[in-house]
Design a protein around this ligand. Structure first.
Ligand code: HEC
Length: 150
């Protein structure tokens, strides 16, 4: 009998969690966060104030791809929204400084940067975890993202 009750309780709890999830998902599809477009000049907030890009560096692309596969694919798809936004053309929409600062200083960006704040809201207040990168690793991932942009 006791077993039966805890099973019912478990069902009720999991149902309400699932239901909540569905409601949240609906909310997010309705929201249209004021995201910046392709001309975005936002540099973000963090250690990288200026980054001048040269021609694509193949070695960095390889390193970035490996890091991306290990740490980013779980939440980001190239072409469509997953847990986080699609990243294929993110290097065309955002400045390299912003992208570096997202990777190096995500917590402060989520609190203070207007673009990141809007994204956080759009993605159900699911904060992207700090990937724990140094600048070289962040830079390699940015290079990989440049290489996939169309
Ligand atoms: C646990 C899920 C998760 C992981 C892992 C993750 N992200 Fe994110 N990412 C998000 C979410 C959600 C957002 C939207 C903003 C927020 O909630 O912080 C985001 C936002 C971003 C943005 C900003 C996009 C824009 O349009 O401005 C970039 C760039 C980004 N992530 C890159 C990465 C990279 C590169 C990695 C791997 C090192 C990574 N993310 C790992 C969930 C994740």
């Amino acid at each position: 009998m006791k077993k039966y009750f805890s099973l019912v309780a478990l069902l009720v709890i999991s149902f309400s969690i699932a239901n909540n999830g569905i409601l949240k998902a609906e909310d997010s599809s309705l929201s249209s966060a004021p995201l910046a477009g392709p001309q975005d000049k936002n540099l973000g907030i963090g250690p990288v104030k200026k980054l001048v890009l040269g021609p694509i560096d193949k070695k960095m692309v390889e390193e970035g791809k490996a890091l991306y596969t290990a740490q980013c694919i779980v939440c980001h798809d190239m072409d469509q929204k997953k847990i986080g936004p699609a990243l294929k053309n993110v290097t065309k929409m955002r400045t390299p400084e912003y992208l570096m600062n997202v990777l190096l200083n995500s917590a402060q960006m989520q609190k203070e940067d207007p673009t990141m704040k809007a994204l956080l809201k759009e993605y159900n207040n699911m904060p992207m975890p700090d990937p724990g990168f140094n600048q070289a690793k962040a830079r390699a991932v940015v290079e990989y993202l440049r290489s996939v942009a169309k």
